[in-house]
Design a protein around this ligand. Structure first.
Ligand SMILES: NC(=O)c1ccc[n+]([C@@H]2O[C@H](COP(=O)([O-])OP(=O)(O)OC[C@H]3O[C@@H](n4cnc5c(N)ncnc54)[C@H](O)[C@@H]3O)[C@@H](O)[C@H]2O)c1
Ligand SMILES: [Zn+2]
Ligand SMILES: [Zn+2]
Length: 361
């Protein structure tokens, strides 16, 4: 039997989100219903509401979540009722070209639930990133559920479902930060500070946090930055060079995603260093630079989608490290809010007052 739950819906472009009654069908083959315990508020939810992702309104928002599997459909063997899971938007297919070549992080046929959740008048909803977890319950594909240690705090570990994983992975997977490396992170919001934490976990010896907001620089220090640069007070490229013996950093992570920050990243790295772009530019942004500069600098230029993570490999490992006290994931939870406070959380986020607001159900 289908069931009705309360959920946060963005009905039209730019309009404030509202709480609606949403109908969840019984899980079909390969699908599961998850009872949501917590879901973080990510910039991408706001992008959806503003029509910046696509026009498939109404959206069921929320995608950084943890909860308990409540119901499973036919042919589900990956999880069972009662399992504590973190939801992911990279349920790899195993059979596309990328998967077959051993690069499943580039899978282009990831699984989502095939049935639709609807408003009470039958209107079909588009779940954000195929998840839709600002809701008492949601319907996902079994592969979108990654089982983790059941005694972890859902508000904390749910954040691995998107932004925090993107930042950690930008450093650990895409940037391949190693012991003794120097790392600079431009933009110390939730994603950038996770990159700082990832660089520390990977053994970087110099970690430089860069932001325009002094409060963010304090958070970056708390998460492992050995030095900070206020981008409103100093020339970022010069300041990174000074802190790295004149060479530039081995890995520079742009967690803002604007032409000017990417250029800073390019010039602030060591000649053979790596630039990682994890901040998401808008489609109208362009870059103009002397081609000779690309030629004369070696190293590599990368982008990082979801931190190049593989949820089944990375989530349980990171939860273990958190529980062992080696990764301060709990520091990313700035406030816990109710389902009806998501709209207010968008404002708080835009004002730079939080790393993450987390809806707790
Ligand atoms: N690649 C991925 O898979 C992925 C996943 C999630 C989020 N993201 C993206 O990562 C980016 C950061 O997300 P967030 O949640 O940390 O956002 P946020 O708003 O919390 O943080 C951005 C930070 O950048 C700082 N900043 C802005 N302009 C700056 C500049 N010119 N120089 C230095 N600092 C500057 C801001 O003060 C802020 O602290 C966003 O673009 C988001 O869409 C990417
Ligand atoms: Zn695939
Ligand atoms: Zn997100």
């Amino acid at each position: 039997m289908s069931q009705d739950v309360r959920a946060v819906v963005a009905k039209s472009k730019g309009a404030p989100v509202t709480i609606e009654t949403v109908t969840i069908p019984d899980p079909g083959p390969g699908e599961v219903v998850v009872d949501i315990a917590a879901c973080g508020v990510c910039h991408t939810d706001l992008h959806y509401r503003e029509g910046g992702i696509n026009d498939e309104f109404p959206f069921l928002l929320g995608h950084e979540a943890a909860g308990i599997v409540e119901q499973v459909g036919p042919d589900v063997d990956h999880v069972a009722v009662g399992d504590f899971v973190v939801l992911n938007w990279r349920a790899v297919c195993g059979s596309c070209r990328a998967c077959k070549r051993g690069r499943p992080q580039y899978c282009f046929d990831t699984f989502n639930a095939s049935q639709k959740m609807t408003l009470s008048d039958g209107t079909e909803l588009t779940p954000a990133l195929g998840i839709g977890a600002f809701a008492e319950k949601t319907l996902v594909h079994q592969g979108q559920c990654t089982k983790v240690s059941p005694d972890a705090d859902p508000a904390v570990v749910g954040l691995l479902g998107c932004g925090v994983m993107a930042g950690l992975g930008a450093a650990m997977n895409t940037g391949n930060v190693g012991r003794g490396d120097s790392v600079a992170v431009i933009g110390c919001g939730g994603v950038g500070d996770a990159a700082v934490a990832g660089a520390r976990l990977a053994g970087a010896s110099t970690i430089i946090g860069i932001d325009m907001d002094p409060g963010k620089l304090e958070w970056a220090k708390d998460l492992g930055a050995t030095h900070t640069i206020d981008a409103t007070q100093s020339d970022v490229v010069e300041a990174v060079r000074e802190l790295t013996g004149g060479f530039g950093a081995d890995v520079v992570i742009d967690a803002v995603g604007r032409p000017e920050t990417w250029k800073q990243a390019f010039y602030a790295r060591d000649l053979a260093g790596t630039v990682v772009l994890v901040g998401v530019p808008t489609p109208d942004m362009t870059l103009e630079m002397p081609l000779i500069d690309f030629f004369s600098h070696g190293g590599s230029l990368k982008s990082s989608w979801y931190g190049d993570c593989l949820p089944e490999r990375d989530f349980p490992m990171l939860v273990d490290l958190y529980q062992q006290g080696r990764l301060p994931l709990d520091k990313f939870v700035t406030e816990r809010i109710g389902l009806d406070e998501v709209e207010a959380a968008f404002t708080t986020m835009s004002e730079g007052k939080v790393l993450r607001s987390v809806v707790v159900l």
